[in-house]
Design a protein around this ligand. Structure first.
Ligand code: ADP
Ligand code: MG
Length: 394
């Protein structure tokens, strides 16, 4: 078990909390502050317990000087001040005299936010390549390091692995919650356990499928990846998404797990995504010039039968090209079905989370992972670099 923030006496200690404030900002305005809100619990706990709170986060990718203007964390400091009802002092530097002086002047419960850690990427990718000196420097600013940024926990960066390698460390409440919920999908999930997989590519998810299929009772497959499976099963898929080099992998899975894998029986097709007209096709009816862009209503009914009785559901990958309304029904209907079950429902994957939230089902799911890539890495059994280095509980 990794240490959590609760394992330390924080009183009068300088505590770096690595948050995920990677929020969409347009013209200085934060378009979605969910990630900021998710980090409040840990920050509030640290303040309540008398810490001097130093916040670090990345925002976007920094490749040029213009990116620096676009991706300053200043608007986050303002929003955070409102949410905490406490002035969050923003330092527009990632290191140096100004940073050090501001920290030396801090009192208990004060909060400061340093500038975007990826500003250090402009000369030599110091943050993203975990430059040893940078990690050491940031560590020298504090007594304790808390990692509460799940979205980058699979990365080896100076602001996570680098700092944690140099001072006492623990995870925050958000990371703790993510690990706890995702672990339920691996260790003794309540049965029946149904996994829904979709999205664009089989190749992105080979390891995920390999690791989870033995644990689940059923694997329902939709989205773009379904077509490589359907091709492997011998159906004509027209111009739908196909990964030729994955056909044999899909064929082997279908052969090894004939009773576990459930494929679509009907498909919504069009000849292009801009097509006015869409068609509902059974398998075997798809014409050569048609593209499958959503699962059909009969497939939704079949999937429902598996989902209604389930006790654990993990969903990764939209059922169709949901960004366009006429191909969003499969994904929307699954949201509705899942929301009505009593199962432990866990959503993983960046686009799936976005779909579920945009469609208004955020509060109906037990857990929507905040880390797209990170949650998938965790579920496929990979070691997460920035979690590995966190201190173990005694
Ligand atoms: P996640 O980020 O949740 O892991 P992916 O990145 O694997 O999900 O897949 C999401 C994308 O898959 C979406 O942009 C969606 O439009 C696309 N997609 C889903 N179904 C299809 C399809 N039938 N054809 C093409 N693209 C699809
Ligand atoms: Mg994605």
């Amino acid at each position: 078990m990794k240490k959590t923030i609760k394992d330390f006496n924080l009183k009068n200690k300088k505590v770096i909390i690595r948050c995920d404030f990677n929020v969409p900002i347009q013209n200085g305005i934060i378009m979605d502050d969910n990630r900021i809100k998710e980090s409040l619990k840990t920050i509030r706990y640290a303040r309540k317990n008398g810490a001097k709170v130093i916040l670090l986060s990345h925002l976007g990718r920094i490749k040029s000087l213009e990116d620096k203007e676009k991706y300053t964390l200043k608007p986050v400091a303002q929003r955070l001040s409102q949410l905490l009802r406490k002035k969050v002092k923003f330092i527009n530097q990632t290191r140096g005299k100004e940073v050090e002086e501001a920290i030396s002047e801090m009192k208990e419960r004060d909060v400061i936010l340093l500038e975007n850690t990826r500003f250090e990427d402009l000369e030599g990718k110091k943050e993203s390549n975990n430059d040893k000196d940078l990690g050491k420097y940031w560590a020298s600013l504090a007594d304790i390091y808390i990692n509460d940024a799940f979205g980058t926990i699979h990365r080896n960066h100076a602001s996570n692995v680098g700092i944690a390698s140099n001072i006492k460390s623990a995870v925050g409440f958000l990371v703790e919650k993510e690990i706890k919920n995702l672990n339920k999908l691996i260790n003794k999930p309540k049965k029946p356990y149904v996994i829904i997989l979709g999205g664009s590519k089989v190749s992105d998810k080979i390891n995920l499928i390999g690791n989870l299929i033995t644990k689940a009772d059923y694997l329902l497959i939709g989205g773009g990846m379904a077509f490589t499976f359907l091709k492997a099963a011998g159906f004509n898929i027209g111009c739908s998404l196909l990964e030729k080099d994955q056909i044999s992998f899909c064929a082997k899975l279908l052969n090894d797990y004939p009773d576990k894998i459930v494929l679509p029986i009907d498909i919504i097709t069009a000849t292009s995504i801009n097509d006015e007209k869409t068609k509902e096709r059974f398998l075997g009816e798809i014409e050569d010039d048609e593209i499958g862009l959503d699962i059909g209503p009969k497939t939704v009914k079949v999937f429902k039968q598996y989902l209604d009785d389930s006790k654990t559901i993990f969903w990764n990958g939209p059922m169709g090209y949901f960004e366009i309304e006429k191909f969003a029904s499969g994904t929307k209907n699954l949201c509705k079905i899942i929301a009505a079950t009593n199962a432990n429902t866990i959503i993983g994957g960046g686009d799936t989370a976005r779909a579920v939230i945009e469609m208004g089902y955020k509060d109906k799911m037990k857990h929507i992972s905040t880390g797209g890539g990170a949650s998938l890495e965790f579920l496929q059994g990979s070691k997460l670099a920035a979690l590995e280095v966190i201190d173990e509980q005694e």
